[in-house]
Design a protein around this ligand. Structure first.
Ligand code: AMP
Length: 120
């Protein structure tokens, strides 16, 4: 899939629409999900144009990948999430019901999250 520069998160990165930003560095932006599922629900995105985790893993530079993962860790420690725990989700493609086609991680925390998936 080609990257569509009109997706919502591209607009946030350009400053065309607002976001509730909680973290930013050279490679990464993180902001509160507009429709939170948990008390702490933040979306973490690379600043580069990548559709999904698979796209990011193949096309991003080593610096971008390292910077992004460091940023995830920075957010974990900035918001003291390591002790009680958190869950990271990356929806990709139709089976995962991805809605916004700019790679993002959902960082979910702030309560017991239960099982991630149910047995079939
Ligand atoms: P998904 O692509 O399914 O992994 O999820 C996209 C997420 O983006 C959803 O949880 C939405 O609530 C969230 N979202 C959509 N638009 C915005 C926005 N303008 N600001 C913050 N979060 C948003």
């Amino acid at each position: 899939m080609l990257y569509d520069a009109n997706n919502t998160f591209a607009k946030i990165l350009r400053g065309d629409i607002p976001s509730n930003t909680i973290y930013e560095d050279d490679y990464t932006l993180a902001f509160k999900d507009i429709n939170p599922c948990t008390p702490f629900h933040v979306l973490i995105i690379p600043k580069g144009d990548y559709v999904s985790l698979s796209d990011f893993s193949q096309k991003a530079s080593n610096s971008e990948i390292i910077g992004f993962i460091r940023a995830v860790g920075n957010i974990i420690y900035k918001f003291n999430l390591a002790e009680k725990g958190y869950r990271i989700v990356a929806n990709s493609g139709s089976d995962a019901n991805q809605e916004v086609f700019h790679f993002h991680l959902h960082m979910l925390a702030g309560k017991n999250l239960g099982s991630i998936i149910k047995p079939i």
